[in-house]
Design a protein around this ligand. Structure first.
Ligand SMILES: [Zn+2]
Length: 398
């Protein structure tokens, strides 16, 4: 057994050294927030179609919950939210007795909340430069490290989408020794439009088409670079979007006695921190209610990978797709946060460039696999994560 382990270790090192011999290419990964997998089938996206024709097309599954901060940080770390700590866009910090919220800069910018290791930290520890425009976590000194080049999301005026593209291009024009090998770029749309108008509106159609035209601008600008042939481009997202309605709301006030709870935090899912003697009362009051799932923390289905973090309440309530469990119905047409297995929560994945196969249709895969994929493209040794390179290896040229 010991010999086998030694042998496997040596084989790994040989593979790594072989990968190292080849000079790595440059990789840009873009997240279009809330870009559902089938928008390119519903709306006209000639530039995404071009990338698919010259590269890889797939459907990617988010991690649970299908929300912005948890999933961008999963893409960065290869860990599910339960393991990297950002278990929802807001959560109750039991130790500090305060709420973490993506909308509150004091908690959002506190690196203590961000567990695991983002890809830009792994890269820089191994001497690989990175650039980053607004990815979740990139403007916080996680493990004491920022990306080599980065922008602060809270700094105003915020860069327009066109300026973000120009920033990326300016980084790729740097002399070779200064040029970042990995660039991560974030756009906060079409999420906003999807929430306000829904995933099947003319407004989302226009926004998707506008974002596709921006990808076209980026493709043209990359083409004009001397290193154009060495640039990989990945377009993906954090979660999808589904239609909601004020007629599909479960009002928590009808079932929950506030006296039973220490804290109720988050939507889709909602974490309830009960008073210990009232846990069964909370559970029994909710378990017969239609259109919601209610679990004791230790009974959450294993495929959701959710329930070990102390930031998750001892009772978790998740609504059915398209339903809301809340104390106030939101006047919105679209929402996310539901199960990764729900098709509407799944996202677009397109990739092209020297390392990707041409015209390849990949099986769907989970977003925890992006970190090992990027590590491989950069020729760096990854941390141990929830991702598996083997699941995405086939999309690369051998
Ligand atoms: Zn999002």
């Amino acid at each position: 057994m010991k010999r086998l382990i030694t042998l496997l270790f040596l084989v790994n090192i040989i593979f790594y050294l072989q990968a190292k011999q080849k000079e790595p290419n440059y990789t840009i990964i873009i997240s279009l927030d809330g870009f559902r997998w089938d928008y390119p089938e519903m709306y006209s996206t000639p530039n995404l179609d071009k990338i698919a024709a010259h590269g890889v097309k797939a459907i990617m599954l988010p991690s649970f919950p299908a929300s912005t901060f948890p999933n961008h940080y999963t893409l960065a770390t290869g860990l599910v939210p339960d393991h990297h700590g950002i278990i929802n866009n807001t959560f109750w910090d039991v130790k500090a007795k305060k709420q973490y919220s993506m909308g509150d800069s004091a908690t959002r910018n506190n690196s203590d909340y961000y567990l695991g290791e983002p890809i830009w930290v792994t890269a820089q520890k191994q001497g690989v430069k990175t650039g980053n425009v607004y990815w979740v976590g990139s403007d916080i000194a996680i493990k004491g490290t920022y990306p080599t080049y980065h922008k602060f999301f809270s700094e105003k005026p915020r860069l327009s989408f066109e300026q973000r593209i120009d920033t990326v291009i300016s980084w790729l024009q740097k002399p070779k020794v200064e040029c970042p090998q990995l660039i991560m770029l974030y756009f906060e749309e079409p999420d906003g439009v999807g929430h306000h108008f829904g995933p099947k509106s003319k407004e989302i159609k226009n926004e998707v088409q506008y974002l596709d035209s921006l990808i076209g601008v980026l493709l043209t600008k990359i083409k004009s670079l001397p290193i154009a042939q060495k640039v990989n481009l990945i377009i993906t997202s954090d979660h999808g979007m589904t239609e909601i309605s004020k007629n599909r709301v479960v009002d928590m006030n009808l079932y929950l006695n506030p006296e039973w709870c220490e804290m109720i935090d988050g939507t889709t899912p909602t974490s309830i921190f009960t008073k210990p003697e009232c846990r069964d009362s909370v559970y029994n009051a909710l378990k017969k209610v239609a259109h919601i799932f209610v679990w004791k923390k230790e009974e959450i289905p294993t495929e959701l990978n959710y329930g070990s973090s102390d930031r998750i309440g001892d009772i978790v309530v998740a609504p059915e797709l398209g339903w809301q469990f809340t104390d106030k119905g939101r006047n919105l047409k679209g929402a996310h946060g539901y199960f990764p297995q729900s098709k509407d929560m799944q996202v677009v994945f397109r990739a092209c460039g020297p390392d990707f196969r041409k015209g390849y249709r990949s099986n769907s895969f989970s977003n925890v696999d992006i970190y090992p994929l990027l590590s491989h493209l950069l020729g760096i040794i990854p941390e141990n994560t929830d991702g598996q390179f083997q699941r995405v290896e086939k999309m690369l040229v051998p």
